[in-house]
Design a protein around this ligand. Structure first.
Ligand SMILES: [Zn+2]
Length: 171
């Protein structure tokens, strides 16, 4: 699966990652499905009542739901919930054992649920990696699969939730 992510959405993840480091933070990925691929157009942050620890993060779920509803309404239902993102401020952009369990649970509710993890690569930069959870019966315990990440710039002047109109640059 390719996970397309708009540059403004990626920048928002990195901005929040830096704001909360050395504590974890995270949120929700919003966008749409394009065949087998996913397009992340916007992200929702942790919320005011989220809990941030060095190796744990619990989102403010009620706040996130209102944000998702607002995004859904303001785009005429154009944005879908695709999955979650969170940071590993002193780790790597890899799934922990707990992350794998969380993603498997998410995958039972959502087709090809996505989990993205941001981790620092140096003093000033972060990297993002993402996985999808294939659907399967719980006894199969299908393993998470890597997503190919593609960063794109929305067309100039387009709202950041409509990035597929004029993809101007692809890395
Ligand atoms: Zn994690």
């Amino acid at each position: 699966m390719k996970l397309w992510i708009s540059r403004p959405a990626l920048e928002e993840i990195i901005r929040l990652a830096e704001q909360y480091a050395p504590l974890e933070t995270g949120g929700v990925l919003l966008g749409w499905r394009k065949g087998p691929d996913r397009v992340v157009a916007a992200v929702v942050g942790p919320g005011p009542l989220a809990l941030h620890g060095r190796h744990m993060f619990l989102p403010d779920h009620a706040w996130q739901l209102t944000q998702i509803d607002q995004a859904f309404a303001s785009t005429g239902g154009g944005l879908d919930y695709l999955g979650d993102w969170h940071t590993h401020p002193d780790g790597a952009a890899e799934l922990s054992a707990l992350d794998r369990t969380t993603l498997q649970k998410l995958g039972r509710r959502i087709m090809d649920a996505v989990m993205a993890i941001a981790a620092p690569t140096g003093e000033q930069s972060w990297t993002l990696a993402a996985w999808r959870q294939p659907r399967g019966k719980w006894w199969d315990r299908p393993a998470a699969e890597d997503c190919d990440l593609v960063i794109f710039d929305p067309a100039p002047g387009s709202p950041d939730w409509m990035p597929m109109i004029g993809v101007s640059n692809i890395e």
